[in-house]
Ligand binder design. Structure first.
Ligand SMILES: Cc1ncc(COP(=O)(O)O)c(C=O)c1O
Length: 409
């Protein structure tokens, strides 16, 4: 590492999802026809009424600084959203908007954590939580979950992991990368364990609108006894296909929101005024179109699962929420590529498929769960089919050690 860099740069790495995208861009620049199944965003355009509100903001001169935590109009729209969709009541001092949910999570950690503190992060987890925690000097404590338990934290595992050093528990439902959705009853059971501790809860509800099986329950609503120590983080990126607008928001205790506001005031200030205006239109404009999106996504999920069924060495279960399939690729370990490389882990498998099929996916280790691949299926149907066919062809080209695959793989 360059000696001019601060030591804190030793404890974090570049986001693996961004790295996959960079590799794909390099391949594309060399003329390859690449398909990216690594990106965590919908391919649908931002709804026209939302775009129109952004354009209007530019045309009417909404182009100046606002309050750091967002305009009063945006905060009122966020409060209405929380009331209407989650039955959560937050006053203006309990709401903050920022440049993406990512910034808000980062600021909440930075405002509260220091050396010696711990954050419980159930795995598989969104790639950024552990590194954000490390940047504050605190330590992420990874709590593994299993496919057999629906990739969800159990009360027993939580009880075992809780110590006086634990400052936050991260709950991400629907989960990226597994799509796991906690039921109200499951959240209530976790709340019973948390009641005896002081831990804050980071409820990352960003995929709230993309639930295929079951229904979404907001932790802050399902755990009313803990309301005062839950930070509900959400945003317009996933539910409204607005990843590029960079607009997230959070509701939580006033002391914490105020501290996040101070941090934001010394870094990025208010989120873009254009995005704020667009977010008001999004939050107030209803979510009717999401049902159409979900129908398309569900059909794509089925396409991916069907394709995986036909690929020896890969297995996957339906993912209840979000737009990912989290496939087990451990059946390919030990296989030899036509170039003679033995695939020893998920990174090798993802690398091989990237080179051989020009299809990018994120390896499970990046989410704290080796032996898997995350397939983001929010891309055009025909490209998705093409990607799955290419993966199947690349896997067929592998030479396997005798009896490497279980009979029912
Ligand atoms: C679980 C999770 N939380 C937060 C974010 C960040 O969202 P935003 O675009 O609002 O920063 C993402 C984006 O991929 C995510 O997957």
């Amino acid at each position: 590492m360059n000696a001019r860099l601060a030591p804190r740069m030793n404890v974090i790495g570049a986001s693996p999802t961004a790295e996959i995208s960079n590799k794909l861009r390099e391949l594309a620049a060399r003329g390859a026809d690449v398909i990216n199944l690594g990106e965590g965003e919908l391919d649908f355009p931002t709804p026209p009424h939302v775009c129109a509100a952004g354009i209007k903001a530019i045309e009417t001169g909404e182009t100046k600084y606002t309050a750091v935590s967002g305009t009063a109009a945006l905060k009122a729209a966020i409060a209405r959203k929380f009331e209407r969709e989650n039955r959560l009541s937050y006053g203006p001092g309990q709401i903050i908007a920022g440049s993406g949910a990512k910034q808000l999570i980062f600021n909440a950690f930075l405002a509260t954590l220091s050396e010696g503190d711990e954050v419980l992060v159930p795995a598989p987890y969104w790639v950024s939580y552990p590194d954000m925690v490390r940047l504050t000097g605190a330590a992420p404590v990874i709590v593994p979950t299993t496919a057999a338990e629906g990739w969800k934290l159990t009360p027993a595992a939580l009880r075992k992991a809780l110590t006086p050093r634990v400052k936050w528990l991260v709950l991400n439902s629907p989960n990226n990368p597994t799509g796991a959705v906690y039921t109200r009853a499951e959240l209530v059971a976790l709340a019973e364990v948390l009641a005896g501790h002081d831990t804050l809860v980071m409820a990352d509800d960003i995929y709230e609108h993309i639930v295929h099986d079951g229904s979404f329950a907001a932790p802050a609503a399902a755990m009313p006894g803990l309301f005062d120590r839950i930070l509900t983080v959400n945003g317009v990126s996933k539910g409204y296909s607005m990843t590029g607008w960079r607009l997230g928001y959070a509701g939580g205790p006033e002391w914490l929101i105020r501290a996040m506001d101070v941090l934001q005031s010394q870094s990025t200030s208010n989120p873009s005024t254009i995005s704020q205006a667009a977010a008001i239109a999004a939050l107030d404009g209803g979510t009717g179109f999401v049902d159409d999106w979900k129908r398309v996504l569900l059909a794509r999920r089925a396409r991916v699962l069907r394709a995986i069924d036909g690929i020896e060495g890969l297995t996957a279960l339906p993912t209840p929420g979000a737009f990912y399939v989290f496939a087990d690729c451990s059946g390919l370990f030990g296989a030899r590529s036509p170039e003679g490389k033995v695939l020893e882990n998920d990174l090798d498998v993802a690398g091989y498929i990237l080179e051989a099929a020009h299809v990018g996916m994120v390896h499970g280790s990046a989410f704290g769960t080796p032996g898997h691949l995350r397939i983001a299926y929010a891309i055009d149907d025909s490209r998705l089919d093409q990607a799955m066919t290419r993966i199947a062809t690349a896997v067929r080209a592998l030479k396997l050690p005798m009896n490497a695959w279980p009979v029912n793989a």
